[in-house]
Write a protein that binds this ligand. Sequence first.
Ligand code: ZN
Length: 313
Amino acid sequence: MLKRLALQFLSLIVLLTYSTIICTAQSTTSDSKDDGKLRIVCFGAHPDDAEYKCGGTAAMWAKLGHHVLLVSVTNGDIGHWKMAGGELAKRRTAESTEVAKRLGVTSKVLDIHDGELLPTLENRKTICKIIREWNADIVISHRPWDYHPDHRYTGILVQDAAFMVTVPFFCPDVPHLKKNPVFLYSSDRFTKPYPFTADVVVAIDSVFDQKVDALTALVSQAFEGGAGGSAERLALVPPASAPQERKAWLHERWARRQGGEANRFREELIRAYGLQIGSKVKYAEAFEICEYGARPSKKRLQELFPFYGAVEK
Ligand SMILES: [Zn+2]
């Protein structure tokens, strides 16, 4: 009897712990909406996109006390070469939560199947409510021209929410925003119908190590290769038993990737940070202003990117 009671107690503890994890991962509330700090939502299609595209800038905002929410619009449940389904969705949600913790931000993973996202009215309402509930000043997403249908439709859904978030009788159950946020696209290399324009380029040198350290939590993607991985590829990656070598391996890859962004947008960096600093920036994240949200003045952009124009060391 005593043994059975102990077992029941143990299962209750396990259940409570599990519920807490799920709630944390899905929480979109922040207790201080009126503290004068900026509020940012970064949408990605899968539980790694927002982290990859905006992780450095998110960490910089967070360091200044601003509130950043990373949203994965799908649950990533087919984003692996060896596993799939609910087990993978839970694994990737936990990875995303850990990245957010390391960046000092909040994360949310929507329970929509990976590879099946559509620009429906229902999804438009979901996106609209998230932006409103977060009371966003800035919203970031993919451009709607991208290799992956989930990326494209995330771009479309966020575009469709730009303006609708301010319309009182659209989703009237969640108070509309009085001010339309600034909508931004994260960078990509697609050129049709037009190439990405770097309106804002952020030097992330001061948080680059923190970003890479956070990304090491995305084990299923960063090390195991996600949907494009294989046993052969995995054999080339340092094992989990050698975390320092693993991090160094990832560091090198991301140094190439974000160093590439800094070089690609060198002119913009010099324009923003001046010749002396701009020419030395090693790592960058870039964003394009979407025409459908608020159109920020130069002064407003400086407020939204308070670290813009000065490389913190
Ligand atoms: Zn993706």
